[in-house]
Design a protein around this ligand. Sequence first.
Ligand code: GRF
Length: 207
Amino acid sequence: MKRIVILISGRGSNMEAIVHASAAEHWNARVVAVISNRPGAAGLQFAAAHGIATAVVDHRAHADRAAFDAALGDAIDAHAPDAVALAGFMRILGDTCVARHAGRMFNIHPSLLPLFPGLHTHRRALEAGCKVAGATVHFVTPQLDHGPIVAQAVVPVLPGDTEDTLAARVLEREHLMYPRALRWFVDGELRIEGGIVTHTRGEPQLF
Ligand code: GRF
């Protein structure tokens, strides 16, 4: 049974989607721990209620980024994960932590990367007059919101959309896409060549 560790900072709805899908679809993997950098992250309660180990590595309790990174890396490794999924994790990881988990660490970002890395993605898509928006699951590399793209979800931007309505439309797709992408990885169905990720049996990587 493969082991998945999920990193959150808040609500944790993507984490919930992964926990539910892994159980309902009888994956050969389970979520063994949920780690938050914020003690009050709502998602921690869901995890605990589902018998999943939880941990808090509070960035404010560490002298600098290197100390936080080392503590976080240790907390992750304590669960010997095969995959690490950042799901609404709002701290930038240092190169050392990324390197420790290279090739098995994933992030979900609410834009069609490489457009709009960073914050306020939906606002920026609306301000740019984009007609489509979406989200991306990618391997984590040291550069923020970069790294080989595993899957993308596309939704229309509709007249009258606000940041909230657009975010909600994208989030619904995130909840389908992230579990699927992780399952592909734990089942060994992803191939990376020259920075391009393909599914070994050609499943559509577009949601
Ligand atoms: C999602 O939109 C995700 O793409 C972004 O932050 C949000 C997290 O939501 N990185 P949740 O905590 O999974 O509910």
